[in-house]
Design a protein around this ligand. Structure first.
Ligand code: ZN
Length: 172
């Protein structure tokens, strides 16, 4: 535990540095909601807080992602939460498929099992989302680049995936 003062609102904070993910550069002050640089934690300060002005920082939890299907002429907006494990995403069909997320769309260029997203826990208690093309006929655009055969990318907030003519947005 490290004690610091929020540089914005001056509240005393107790931070469990071991619970902060190593890949973040700042965290949110629970009182004023502004960002505090992680580098402040290396400064040992803040002795003599009274317990009343001390807020315990919750460990930063990275959450499960979700996929938003962006509405267009062929498709209405749809939202699909992701869970730990493998999701196969494609066009909804009356035929049986392996897809776990079936998108209602008139976009025939979307395969029925177009992409895979594997969700795995990372050691910091968050989740990582791995996207790959599922040998689809028309391939998959990830942030405007085609995914290669067998290529796997780690999704980040606001990434764009295009399957067929349909745009999907990934958010955490
Ligand atoms: Zn603050």
């Amino acid at each position: 535990m490290i004690s610091v003062r929020c540089p914005h609102c001056d509240v005393g904070l107790k931070v469990d540095e071991k619970k902060l993910p190593s890949d973040i550069t700042s965290f949110k002050c629970p009182k004023c909601k502004r960002l505090i640089p992680v580098s402040m934690l290396s400064k040992k300060e803040g002795e003599g807080f009274s317990s009343s002005d001390t807020v315990l920082i919750q460990p930063v939890k990275k959450s499960l992602g979700k996929i938003t299907v962006v509405a267009d002429a062929n498709t209405r907006e749809q939202l699909f939460p992701l869970y730990e494990g493998i999701a196969v995403i494609g066009r909804k069909s009356s035929q049986p498929t392996q897809a776990t997320i079936a998108i209602e769309t008139a976009d025939r260029s979307m395969s029925r099992e177009h992409i895979r997203i594997e969700v795995k826990k990372d050691p910091k208690g968050g989740y990582k989302h791995y996207l790959s093309d599922n040998n689809s006929k028309n391939h998959t655009l990830y942030n405007s680049n085609y995914l290669g055969n067998g290529e796997v990318v780690v999704l980040n907030d606001n990434d764009e995936i295009v399957i067929g003519h349909t745009v999907l947005r990934f958010n955490v």
